[in-house]
Design a protein around this ligand. Sequence first.
Ligand code: KG4
Ligand code: ZN
Length: 457
Amino acid sequence: MGFVTANLISPGSIYRGSMLMLNKAAGVFYKPSRRKTYEFLRSFNFHPGQLFLHKLVLGIETSCDDTAAAVVDETGNVLGEAIHSQTEVHLKTGGIVPPVAQQLHRENIQRIVQEALSTSKVSPSELSAIATTVKPGLALSLGVGLSFSLQLVDQLKKPFIPIHHMEAHALTIRLLNKVEFPFLVLLISGGHCLLALVRGVSDFLLLGKSLDIAPGDMLDKVARRLSLVKHPECSTMSGGKAIEHLAKQGHKLHFDFKPPMQRAKNCDFSFTGLQHVIDKIITQKEKEEGIFLIGRVGKISNPGLCLKIPVCFAGIQKGQILSSAAHIAAAVQHTTACHIAKRTHRAILFCKQRDLLPQSKAVLVVSGGVASNLYIRKALEIVTNATQCTLLCPPPRLCTDNGIMIAWNGIERLRAGLGILYNTEGVRYEPKCPLGVDISKEVGEAAIKVPPLKMKI
Ligand code: KG4
Ligand code: ZN
């Protein structure tokens, strides 16, 4: 039996290429099963060129509120994928309750990993390694993924690759596009907010980060404060998505929120101040729309007596949606976009000034849950157009947490020969873990002035 490849698999393609095998006796080509293909390729003791499919990684993600798993091969083919999202449960409790998240991960992990494996049609024994998120994240959630993975690793006698969640977000783009190092990455999600230069698979320079909460967290808090879960169009959406949806019906300049940290010439971020300003506006609007007003109630029989007591008018009740909710959503989204765009603009200028990025056609990758926001993407596009950079964003399903990015990070590490463990003794999860070498102080000391850009979005 010989083999021929047809439709060569381009690196990073997520579509399966096809391989034809020659049945010498019959003198005809036929398309073998996936299993036969892998068995055949594995029978070689050498790497058959660029096309070999023989590195297969199972990725497992449980760092926050998604239980996810996927099987990905060396060329970026996604062979199987499964995900269980806890968003709906956490929407009801008004935020992630770690023990609830832990319990849901426990209930779902076996099924999700099984589903990813069975759709991939890859038998566990064929895996090259198992890659699992071990940092950073919620301790109780990370613990479930790690202990499940270690059991599996032990059972299957496979190498283990511990994964940094943010590294995985940053590298996802290389599964889809041929992006060479170095490139700039902006990671914006519910738990993280950072700007980093990616110089290699595990070689990062941290240029700036949020000094308080992440943008997704702020948007989630605003959405909760606005009770958007009670809005018929937004009831199943995450906070950030609900804000984006509602913002389309509002006017961004109706409220004038100032972008945070305008005087700090660094690449750090801050969202708590903005959240408090919005909180105050919402309280004020709730009053205006009439929860309690002081009424004037006179006793007819005694016209001289005038009492001032609270009277409840038919205004909005706590938990109801403000008439100005869409304007607030539009203004908060706009202010967030301007803040993120300005810090990113400075990071690009800094990297170019220090020759850390090429002067033209440098790549900016934006990922994380908030990167699915099209308004924020447009603001970043204005920045990349002004700086001759290329903006790349993974599709929304790869921007939010998923198992594919973890499996792909495993492939990247296997290819680079980095962090592959054959002995898992002493492996621990780390709820807090910085990404790369922190040079944010140096960035601040450079105090780069960013030229103003018209944010016509
Ligand atoms: O990356 P992710 O799935 O989880 C981590 O936080 O690591 O991101 C979830 C965050 C949530 O805060 C959610 O509100 C936000 O991403 N998000 C969005 C959008 N979709 C999800 N924020 C703004 N606009 C969106 N369309
Ligand atoms: Zn994430």
